[in-house]
Design a protein around this ligand. Structure first.
Ligand SMILES: Nc1ncnc2c1ncn2[C@@H]1O[C@H](COP(=O)(O)OP(=O)(O)O)[C@@H](O)[C@H]1O
Ligand SMILES: N[C@@H](CC(=O)OP(=O)(O)O)C(=O)O
Length: 563
């Protein structure tokens, strides 16, 4: 059985996403569609000979952004009933810092009446940081002093004030506030904060923000339902503080959210960042900023047409605005570029968050909840790279670099394998690598876990192990500057970048062109890094002729074609 879809006069290449409807039968192959259907789809039987399908059509040859939703029945009969969600909207802590902000986010969601979103929320403002600090203080302060921990008082005050200002009943989070204090007392008693307990501790942030927001929507007459991710099928590894999402998550989450919607439609308000460990069944977290990953996971699970992540900036910018305020929004990025950018330190996206979106080819839109009219950044599988040179500059500070020279003869095989097995044994992740026949230079990832730095003891251990096979030079306080862009034009990028760095008198200590073909990484001293980023930004992105650019002007004063 197959379906022929008539798209009312729209010509050209049409990508079609079919979304699961009421029942799991019959399974149907949709051979007639131009694009392959991502997974078996199910229809809703509306009479003996008709089955209704919820279909989203994305016109890829007209305006790439136009989404049209239609319900299509077998033999081109259209039905009006809408059966599923249209997007994920994720709001981070920066969008939810106060009652005022929660109100604005609620009206922002409701300003898209044509959307039926799944909403993913982070903890309010800086709640996660405060919870972590409260946990650290609890270890040292003694049980009797827990109630007085500044961060606990701040969290209580922020959430109760928000509840009161929104007109929500305090009972919505009363149990959580009580349990949070009990947990901190437990930590104080044990004088210990394990990673597992740390995850449980920070989960209170998302558990409370989602409950408050759902209750507020309900008060406003908009039916909403709160979900704890760890109760609806987010299954992860047991790697507390940095857990990976397991495949079983996708069908479980889709079944739960879709099933609930069909039996009693309400906007789902889901905790970002959290999961449930497969073995221990304890609460896990997905690493800092992990709510982005929650959003893309839900997008993939339900095969949604779009994933939106709402931030406090006008999209992904040409560099970190805290380093250089003249940073500009980047209108389009590929999944590869966004992933590389996030991995190499741009705080704006969680490093793993692009994976589910890329796997299911769902566009991710990064928008500004403080400035919803700004177009934001659209992240897709491919984009027109013909004019692209540099997209964004990313800085990762406080990196440790190792120069490792083999003590054996030239051509000794297995040297690299030995080096990397040492890192594997010690559970340390390597970022950037450059090799020669007898030596390897590499940088160590400082922020794998909770943004913590590798501690000296761990570094000493690495060096000790490596010194069994090599001469090792440990170089600390380095920075990686990642040039994200079109590596097809790497000569141009490098020529210009090195001109900038030479003008500044900066020596590049290592260079590596990523296998992803969208990233060139340069290692410099920490103390010089910010100055380099500003100068590189000025040279690559600013139209006025900068001091550095002057070196590129030709005789008649016009800028030579370098970028
Ligand atoms: N290249 C970049 N583009 C945009 N924002 C960036 C970039 N690099 C760093 N940032 C920082 O990331 C912040 C947004 O990310 P984040 O705080 O995680 O938002 P949220 O809490 O809403 O998820 C911005 O306020 C900005 O300071
Ligand atoms: N609250 C968590 C998860 C998160 O994603 O936060 P945000 O969206 O505010 O970056 C954190 O601070 O890491």
């Amino acid at each position: 059985m197959s379906i022929t879809l008539q798209l009312n006069g729209v010509q050209g290449n049409v990508a079609v996403t079919l979304r699961r409807s009421f029942q799991c039968k019959p399974r149907i192959g949709f051979a007639a569609f131009v694009a392959p259907v991502p997974r078996p789809c199910c229809g809703r039987r509306i009479s003996n000979d008709k089955v209704a399908f919820s279909v989203t059509c994305k016109m890829t040859t007209t305006t790439s952004d136009v989404l049209k939703k239609k319900n299509v029945t077998e033999n081109e009969n259209l039905s009006d009933s809408e059966t599923s969600f249209t997007c994920v909207m994720k709001f981070g802590g920066s969008s939810l810092a106060s009652a005022e902000r929660m109100k604005e986010v609620a009206s922002l969601i409701l300003s898209f009446p044509e959307e039926r979103p799944i909403v993913v929320l982070s903890a309010m403002g800086k709640t996660t940081n405060k919870l972590l600090l409260a946990g650290e203080k609890a270890v040292r302060c003694g049980v009797v002093n827990v109630s007085g921990i500044d961060e606990l008082c701040f969290i209580k005050d922020l959430h109760l004030r928000t509840i009161d200002e929104l007109g929500v009943d305090r009972s919505v989070i009363a149990k959580h506030l009580e349990e949070l204090e009990q947990l901190l007392k437990g930590i104080a008693m044990m004088k210990e904060l394990t990673k597992r307990t740390q995850d449980y501790l920070v989960s209170f942030g998302e558990c409370m923000s989602t409950r408050i927001f759902a209750a507020y929507l309900n008060i406003m007459g908009v039916k909403a339902r709160q979900y704890d991710a760890f109760e609806i099928g987010f299954i992860t590894t047991d790697d507390f503080t940095n857990a990976d999402i397991l495949e079983a998550t996708y069908p479980a989450v889709a079944k739960r959210l879709h099933g609930d919607w069909l039996s009693d439609p309400a906007i789902p308000i889901v905790t970002g960042f959290l999961g449930k460990a497969r073995k221990s069944c304890a609460v896990t977290t997905l690493g800092r900023g992990g709510s982005d990953l929650t959003a893309t996971t839900i997008g993939k699970a339900l095969g949604l047409p779009e994933i939106q992540v709402w931030k406090d900036v006008d999209g992904v910018l040409t560099c970190d605005p805290n380093i250089y305020p003249k940073a500009e929004p980047v209108p389009n990025l590929t999944f590869d570029e966004a992933a590389e950018l996030a991995y190499f330190g741009a705080q704006v996206l969680h490093p793993q968050s692009m994976r589910p979106a890329r796997e299911s080819d769902i566009p991710v839109r990064v928008k500004n909840s403080y400035n919803p009219k700004a177009p934001g950044t659209l992240i897709t599988k491919a984009r027109d790279m013909s004019k692209a040179v540099l997209t964004s500059i990313v800085l990762k500070r406080n990196v440790t670099m190792l120069d490792i020279v083999s003590t054996r003869m030239l051509g000794q095989y297995g040297f690299l394998a030995k080096v990397f097995s040492i890192f594997e044994d010690l559970g340390i992740s390597v970022d950037v690598v450059a090799t020669s026949e007898v030596s390897v230079s590499l940088t160590l990832d400082p922020s794998k876990l909770w943004s913590r730095e590798l501690i000296q003891q761990e570094l000493d251990h690495v060096v000790e192990e490596l010194e069994k096979i090599a001469v090792v030079n440990l170089l600390q306080n380095r920075s990686i500057i990642s040039l994200i862009g079109n590596v097809q034009r790497s000569s141009l990028i490098l020529e210009k970048a090195f001109h900038v760095l030479r003008t500044l008198g900066v020596t590049v200590q290592m260079i590596s062109q990523g296998a992803s073909k969208v990233n060139i990484s340069l290692v410099v001293n920490d103390s010089e890094a910010e100055q380099c980023v500003r100068a590189l930004h000025s040279a690559f992105f600013e139209s006025e002729i900068s001091e550095i650019e002057k070196g590129y002007t030709n005789g008649n004063g016009s800028v030579a074609e370098h970028c």
